[in-house]
Design a protein around this ligand. Structure first.
Ligand SMILES: [Zn+2]
Length: 327
């Protein structure tokens, strides 16, 4: 898989520009910025790494989580996602044209991972948090016909799209979802943790909704992964006020354990690290030294594939996949 298969680079640039503009408008309207402790271990010892706009990104000296120490408050962030031009662009212009490609390249393999890991259909109640267009649940439904599926999606527009796929949709945030305590066997949350104002609060809601022994399957960004570490403050994955938490395999284990989960599997099966770095060198003229410059421009595709495979096998990708269980 290549980056161009799942996102248009020009649209990504435009989206990030819109986010900046929306963010500026929010800050001008005197929305409060707040300072937080490490979202993984709650310690407050950190070093400043860089600033993006007026948001300080720091590394926790206890658990190495990279996080935005300054961030929009919970309510401001909710408002930001609810009514900003950038969110509208992301849904209609950025995601929609590649939705079917993403179904094939991302959501179907995720559904297959689940069915391979757990075996034959256990007739579970399964919920996808931030279900978007419902593509993941739709794919899982094709493989496990006996299980029941609930798309948990705060955007009314997207919840309606889930309804069209014959999925039960709950138009709600996870924290506000009522009537499902101790009822899910499996909850999924894809590319959400990097966005969360307070991942601990989010996990306590997941804990409340899962049955005892129920599973959480999540994917998020690994702040110790290849493309993020190489590109660092030039990484497009690090952008305020949206991407604010970059856990790593150790710190996400710590967080899950503290919130009453057993972290059963933490791995980084990413496929795009090198492609992202190459794109930054070739298309964006980011300077990363002579070796990477030469490798990006003259390296053989087999060598690049081998590098990505090495990154994946050694748990060094920026894309992290986690399976955890409620104790
Ligand atoms: Zn920490």
């Amino acid at each position: 898989m290549k980056e161009k298969d799942i996102r248009d680079k020009d649209k990504l640039k435009l989206y990030l520009k819109l986010v900046q503009e929306d963010c500026k408008a929010f800050l001008n309207s005197k929305k409060a910025l707040v300072k937080v402790k490490c979202p993984a271990c709650q310690e407050d010892k950190h070093i400043l790494e860089f600033k993006k706009s007026c948001f300080e990104y720091v590394t926790c000296l206890n658990c190495s989580t990279l996080y935005a120490k300054t961030r929009l408050s919970f309510d401001s962030l909710k408002e930001f996602y609810g009514r900003s031009a950038s969110t509208d662009f992301w849904v209609k212009e950025f995601f929609m044209p590649v939705a079917e490609a993403r179904r094939e390249k991302i959501f179907r393999p995720r559904a297959e991972f689940i069915t391979e890991y757990f075996g034959k259909d256990p007739a579970w109640q399964i919920g996808d948090i931030g279900a978007g267009f419902g593509l993941f649940l739709d794919e899982l439904h094709k493989l496990w016909g006996q299980s029941s599926y609930i798309a948990i999606e705060p955007s009314l527009e997207q919840a309606e799209l889930c309804g069209k796929l014959d999925l039960k949709a709950e138009c709600s945030t996870l924290e506000e979802l009522k009537g499902y305590d101790n009822s899910f066997n499996l909850l999924t949350a894809f590319e959400l943790f990097e966005h969360l104002y307070d991942p601990s609060v989010f996990l306590s809601s997941v804990y409340r909704l899962l049955k005892k022994g129920g599973w959480l399957f999540l994917t998020t960004l690994n702040g110790e992964g290849f493309d993020i570490r190489i590109l660092w403050e030039d990484s497009k994955a690090i952008y305020p006020p949206c991407h604010i938490n970059f856990f790593n395999p150790g710190s996400i284990r710590h967080l899950l354990t503290r919130e009453g989960f057993e972290a059963v599997k933490i791995e980084t099966p990413g496929q795009l690290d090198w492609d992202i770095v190459e794109g930054a060198i070739v298309n964006d003229s980011i300077k990363l030294g002579k070796f990477w410059e030469t490798f990006a421009r003259k390296g053989k595709s087999e060598a690049k594939d081998e590098l990505q495979d090495w990154i994946r096998r050694n748990n060094l990708s920026s894309h992290m996949r986690v399976l955890a269980r409620k104790k």
